[in-house]
Design a protein around this ligand. Structure first.
Ligand code: SAH
Ligand code: DHB
Ligand code: MG
Length: 226
């Protein structure tokens, strides 16, 4: 990774992301349990938190929990009575996340649903629960198009859908890539472009998490249909 990216991320995070023992402990606990170091960066966590607050989100859905780091950032943006549901396939990750979330005082606010996202999302649709104001998609990249289609069905006009890891070191622009995750993201962006129910963009990011990016999609009023 480029040294400058790291130096600038440190400069930004040192200034704008307050030191936070709970978040730091969650990272330490995830590392100690052998979880991969692939959670969002601190300044990206703050971005998710700000987006949730801008949205006034009362109900948030996350797909891909890992150790609960991004979930803590998002859940802390919720008002009294708000809820976050986060989906995780790996029992070990879910266990660490539950511990981290309860240490953060968020055990009663966040529900970690264990299982493959495709199964859990299908189940959530049949449960016919309330819709979500914000969805953060951050699981297995190849299935992002599927998760996005579920997100559209689990949101309402005005909801925001955020997708992590859309750029993958620039591989997004490589039509010849044989990486299924890259092809998944290329397909996701093509589907996003064709989807009349959203207005969307994607941004490249560099920093402590390397070179990657986010997509943001606002669910529109009017055209919404099943
Ligand atoms: N959002 C987290 C990082 C998530 S990393 C953060 O920023 O803090 C991606 C997570 O998705 C991993 O924990 C992985 O186990 C999980 N995952 C991968 N495939 C999945 C699937 N099919 N269903 C649910 N979770 C999955
Ligand atoms: C990686 C990064 C992520 O943010 C993620 O959600 C999954 C994997 C990675 O760098 O491999
Ligand atoms: Mg990610």
């Amino acid at each position: 990774m480029e040294e400058t990216w790291l130096a600038v991320d440190r400069f930004i995070s040192d200034l704008l992301v307050p030191e936070d023992p709970v978040l730091e402990e969650s990272l330490a606990a995830a590392a100690a349990a052998g979880l991969p170091d692939i959670q969002v960066a601190p300044n990206q966590g703050m971005l998710l938190h700000l987006l949730a607050r801008l949205k006034g989100a009362k109900r948030i859905l996350e797909i891909g929990t890992l150790g609960g780091y991004s979930a803590i950032w998002l859940a802390r943006a919720l008002p009294e009575g708000g809820r976050l549901v986060t989906i995780e396939a790996e029992p070990r990750h879910a266990r660490v996340a539950r511990q981290n979330l309860s240490r953060a005082g968020l055990g009663g606010v966040v529900e970690v649903r264990e299982g493959r996202a495709a199964d859990v999302l299908a189940q959530m649709l049949t449960e016919g629960d309330e819709t979500f104001d914000l969805v953060f998609i951050d699981a297995d990249k190849r299935n992002t198009p599927l998760y996005f289609s579920y997100a559209l069905r689990l949101t309402a006009p005005g909801s925001l859908i955020v997708v992590d890891n859309v750029v993958r070191r620039g591989a997004l622009a490589d039509a010849q890539s044989t990486d299924e995750d890259v092809q998944g993201m290329r397909r996701f962006l093509r589907e996003l472009a064709r989807e009349p129910r959203v207005r969307a963009t994607a941004l490249q990011t560099v920093g402590s998490k390397g070179y990657d990016g986010f997509a943001l999609a606002l669910v529109l009023a009017g055209e919404a249909s099943a």
